[in-house]
Ligand binder design. Structure first.
Ligand SMILES: [Zn+2]
Length: 624
């Protein structure tokens, strides 16, 4: 209350309390003080208009009625004009307007030097399309030099709680009370409340310093000897006083420690009930538990027995995904087999360099041609297979999120799929598809842009991928262990050479289940390219028809791979070829072209002439 007095310099006062600790009462007292001692325009905002009406009738009216000083001021005004309604009280020198945070009209009703924002975590995020109600309300006080704003709430979810955000900018005061045995000043915390399981009446508070026991009735003495101690954090704004209080401090006769113990037992292990307990009783934000694979566990579980840049046994076609950053392209190559089992074959980071006229190598950016030429070399490469033979990349997807036009330009120089009504036909090897991430939580291939919209992209159609669905599939795959029957269906394997940095970016996001469905969020300060590319891979395999291949076609793929496992008689000795770009738009009959040297593979001996798929339209992945 001191901070709210007209003499106090604090501009904002924030209370993050458990339920039933007198938050609203604090505000109502302030209303009374304002009417009596410091009149001026005042706005009191509850989460809804109905709650404002209820608070006015049940709390404010009795407050005025039963306090002679207030009654005289407000009724005096009443007799002069009709300025007194349920939601408005006029008094000499000021007006009190009460409204709900769900009413933009109410929030804009008047400028006020004093704002009482009650239960702000229950406010809507956006009111009538006009934005955050707290900001709307705060704007009403902007012109007052000596404005004062009281915000109170029980908190909700960590990171999204409005009151928590304000508390972080405050001087963060907590109430310290002494141990009745050793005098140790401490904040009361739930972890020190002990009771015998199933018997809440055995509850006692254990001093962490002396292990002395205190009981509910001891609270009166402890609270009387307590004091607020501030501990401002790095976001302290210098003008906000903030107070934390949990129901552990509830005075004797109100909410007892026994009731707290009982409430915890009743909450059980249900997240929803625990959340209510943490929010309303402890007055703390609830930290949502996101699920995320642990990188070192995944590294241990999913590491294959093959080397990087080799296509392991079982992989029958290759896809690639590309993430474009300002200074680099990141590329993952993946081999796919039956039952969606897959093998990461290679992960390349193409750093952007170009050679100046003076012959010097300098760093450049992805909007210059050099990195795309490097990507071409990678796309042109044949990938050697364990057991013999090579494979081309069948289909590559490039994220258009960073620099769409560069990606469109690149894709236009390469074959595009045949998009039909019911399915997509990637009929040509080294097809390159522009892709982007969408928000669907139900569809893996969320959308394929229409031709009409594509005019300005030179006829390119862009595939939107439901990244939440895709990442869920990746998580499922990462979490999958070999089943009892030794099934490896759906598993992802990684080459022996992949290290910590890769697995960290693969495991950089947490999965949350929200009202809107499954959602993936990046952990703080982590890079997530590995997971982004892995998610897109799932979609590329789908575009290649992995879920539609018949048994006959799988067998054909296996036979094809098997038949390549012959010793190679002659090796090509041709330098990487740079095709005339225009040729790429059409099908790419490359019968006359011998195998390019694969700059991405050390062991060139394994690269063979011919290649894996028929190098013409109708290569069999296209014959579906
Ligand atoms: Zn003690």
């Amino acid at each position: 209350m001191d901070c709210l007095s007209a003499r106090s310099p604090w501009e904002r006062v924030a209370l993050m309390f458990g339920a039933q600790l007198g938050k609203t009462e604090t505000g109502n007292n302030w209303i009374g003080y304002t009417i009596h001692h410091s009149p001026g325009p005042m706005l009191a905002i509850m989460p809804t208009v109905q709650m404002a009406q209820r608070n006015s009738k049940q709390r404010i009216d009795p407050l005025i009625e039963e306090t002679p000083a207030l009654k005289a001021l407000v009724s005096a005004s009443k007799s002069r004009d009709s300025g007194n309604t349920i939601l408005q009280k006029d008094f000499p020198g000021g007006t009190l307007v009460m409204t709900g945070a769900n009413s933009a009209v109410g929030l804009r009703s008047m400028a006020a030097g004093k704002l009482f924002l009650d239960e702000v975590d229950a406010y809507p995020g956006d009111v009538d399309g006009e934005g955050d109600p707290i900001q709307l309300a705060t704007a009403r006080a902007r012109t007052f030099a000596r404005r004062k704003i009281l915000l109170t709430s029980t908190p909700t979810i960590a990171g999204r709680s409005k009151i928590e955000a304000v508390l972080e900018e405050s001087d963060q005061r907590r109430y310290y009370v002494p141990c009745l045995h050793c005098g140790h000043m401490q904040t009361l915390i739930f972890a020190n409340l002990k009771w015998d399981k199933g018997n809440p009446s055995s509850v006692r508070y254990v001093c962490p310093a002396c292990e002395g026991l205190m009981y509910n009735h001891d609270k009166t003495a402890m609270l009387a000897a307590g004091k607020w101690v501030a501990a401002p954090g790095s976001k302290y704004d210098g003008k906000t006083a903030g107070f934390y209080l949990s129901s552990l401090y509830s005075p004797v006769g109100w909410f007892s420690w026994e009731e707290i113990a009982l409430a915890w037992e009743q909450a059980g292990s249900l997240d929803s009930k625990r959340k209510a307990f943490i929010n309303t009783i402890l007055g703390e934000t609830w930290r949502e538990r996101g699920e995320a694979p642990e990188w070192h566990q995944i590294q241990a579980n999913c590491k294959g027995d093959y080397h990087v840049a080799m296509v392991p046994k079982g992989a029958l076609f290759l896809t690639a995904t590309v993430d474009v950053q300002s200074d680099r392209l990141e590329v993952e190559i993946r081999g796919w087999g039956r039952h969606r089992e897959s093998w990461s074959v290679d992960y390349e980071i193409i750093q952007c360099f170009k050679t100046t006229s003076a012959g010097k190598q300098v760093v450049c950016r992805t909007n210059e041609p050099e990195p795309w030429r490097d990507l071409d070399a990678l796309l042109d490469a044949e990938w050697p297979c364990v057991g013999g033979g090579t494979m081309p990349i069948w289909c590559m997807g490039i994220d258009t999120g960073y620099s769409a036009q560069d990606v469109y330009d690149y894709c236009l120089k390469h074959p595009q799929p045949d998009y039909q009504k019911t399915r997509t036909n990637v009929y040509c090897e080294r097809t390159v598809i522009p892709i982007k991430g969408g928000h669907s939580s139900t569809k893996l291939i969320e959308n394929i842009s229409e031709h009409d919209a594509a005019q300005k992209r030179g006829g390119l159609r862009i595939v939107t991928i439901g990244v939440n669905v895709a990442k869920q599939m990746v998580f499922n795959a990462l979490w999958k262990r070999k089943a009892d029957d030794d099934s490896t269906a759906g598993m992802i394997h990684f080459p022996l050479e992949y290290g910590e940095s890769y697995f960290k970016t693969l495991c950089a996001e947490e999965r949350f289940v929200t009202d809107k469905g499954v959602e993936f969020r990046k952990k703080a300060n982590e890079r997530n390219e590995g997971l982004d590319l892995a998610g897109y891979q799932v979609a590329m395999a789908e575009l290649c028809g992995i879920s539609q291949l018949t048994e006959e076609q799988w067998v054909e793929l296996e036979v094809r791979r098997e038949s390549m496992a012959q010793p190679v008689a002659t090796l090509p000795s041709v330098q990487p070829s740079r095709q005339v770009q225009a040729e790429r738009v059409e099908e790419r009959p490359r019968e006359t072209e011998t195998q390019a040297v694969n700059p991405w593979v050390q062991d060139q001996d394994r690269a063979v002439e011919g290649g894996y798929f028929e190098r013409k339209r109708g290569g069999w992945l296209g014959r579906r």
